[in-house]
Design a binder for this molecule. Structure first.
Ligand code: SF4
Length: 359
């Protein structure tokens, strides 16, 4: 299969592993901050190929996992209102809120529809002018431009029944917050998809201020191994710089048009991350010009601060302080079919990745 097989070629994989083993002398901990990388690393058994001194840690890169319970509770509160339709990506409906989930509310009759893009949600709004259509915007710099595009289009077309409940987040503040919290790392495997939008400069302060190598990686086994090789080389040479391994998709300047759209529609706000709490300037909210699309401004709802389920260590998993197998609920009461925590719900969650490939 063109563009896949060549990145899974066994000879290339073993050559990279040989090179890593040859130059890696010191203990090194590398964190991947992208749920797609977490899945690939487990699926292709990358940890089993590496020497013992190299430790891979999963970070807070799964958008569903870091979304707060409070956000789910708010979405549920809106879903109970008359003439409201909640539109959302599929993974999110299974995430437990404090008392229910969107999936359960849907089964109980709430109007909750799964969509594949915010533009599809906008179309639902155009087709149902007597209803309020709320799109649940989650995810990082990868998904926020599509929400921004839907809002800008809705504004241009004067659509007044389309709204966003935003939990869109920015990745670099979380990467800095982890180090500030004392999580011990020697390098970041930086997210591939996020970086296609942002470019590479956003990681420069992390490399400089924390003396950590940052390499933007693709998702195939040879991509990830080459990224590890680049990070190990930097570490062994006492260097800390930003490099792009995933050059076939990521340009240093990123996607300029998408960044302009983000700047037009969103502004930064402090946001809450599961496991990490409130991080300054880590979330996107709509600018004043687009306030009529911000459901929290149009119809404010108040929900109480929920607690994490007893026995779960989702927060520590997202900080890389524990592995899924260290959670007492893993694989027993918490499974992909009966998830207790968000990291088991999402197809990009560390617990689901471990459950599927490393149980
Ligand atoms: S096993 Fe379940 S409860 Fe435990 S950390 Fe993972 S998702 Fe959270």
């Amino acid at each position: 299969m063109k563009y896949i097989d060549e990145y899974r070629d066994n000879t290339l994989v073993y050559n990279l592993v040989r090179r890593i083993k040859k130059i890696s002398k010191k203990e090194i901990s590398l964190m991947e901050v992208c749920g797609g990388h977490t899945m690939s690393i487990q699926k292709f058994g990358i940890p089993s190929l590496l020497p013992e001194n190299i430790r891979l840690i999963s970070g807070p890169g799964c958008p569903v996992c870091v979304t707060s319970k409070k956000f789910i509770d708010k979405a549920i509160a809106y879903s109970s209102m008359k003439d409201v339709v909640i539109t959302t990506f599929g993974d999110l409906i299974r995430v437990p809120g404090s008392k229910s989930s969107l999936e359960k509310e849907k089964a109980n009759g709430a109007n909750i529809q799964i969509v594949y893009s915010p533009l599809q949600a906008l179309q639902i709004a155009k087709d149902n002018r007597n209803k309020k259509i709320i799109f649940l915007g989650i995810g990082f710099e990868t998904t926020s431009p599509t929400s921004a595009a839907a809002i800008a289009k809705g504004y241009d077309e004067k659509i007044n029944n389309f709204f966003l409940l935003s939990s869109h987040k920015i990745m670099p503040p979380a990467m800095s917050a982890l180090i500030d919290e004392g999580v011990k790392l020697n390098g970041y495997i930086c997210p591939g998809h996020v970086s296609t939008i942002t470019g590479s400069a956003i990681y420069e302060p992390i490399a400089k201020n924390y003396n950590l190598g940052c390499v933007i990686s693709g998702f195939e086994p040879t991509d990830i191994l080459q990224t590890i090789l680049m990070l190990v080389k930097q570490f062994e040479n006492n260097e800390a710089k930003v490099e792009i391994q995933y050059k076939r998709a990521v340009k240093p300047e990123g996607n300029v048009k998408a960044k302009q759209l983000l700047d037009e529609v969103f502004e930064l706000r402090d946001d809450w991350w599961r496991g990490l709490g409130i991080i300054t300037n880590s979330g996107n909210t709509l600018k004043k010009k687009y306030e009529a699309f911000n459901i929290e401004k149009v119809i404010p709802v108040d929900v109480t601060e929920p607690e994490e389920p007893k026995g779960s260590v989702c927060g520590e998993i997202l900080k890389g302080l524990k592995t899924p197998k260290e959670c007492k609920l893993f694989g027993t009461v918490c499974t992909p079919s009966e998830p207790i925590g968000a990291c088991m719900v999402s197809g990009e969650g560390a617990c689901q990745a471990y459950f599927k490939y490393n149980k």
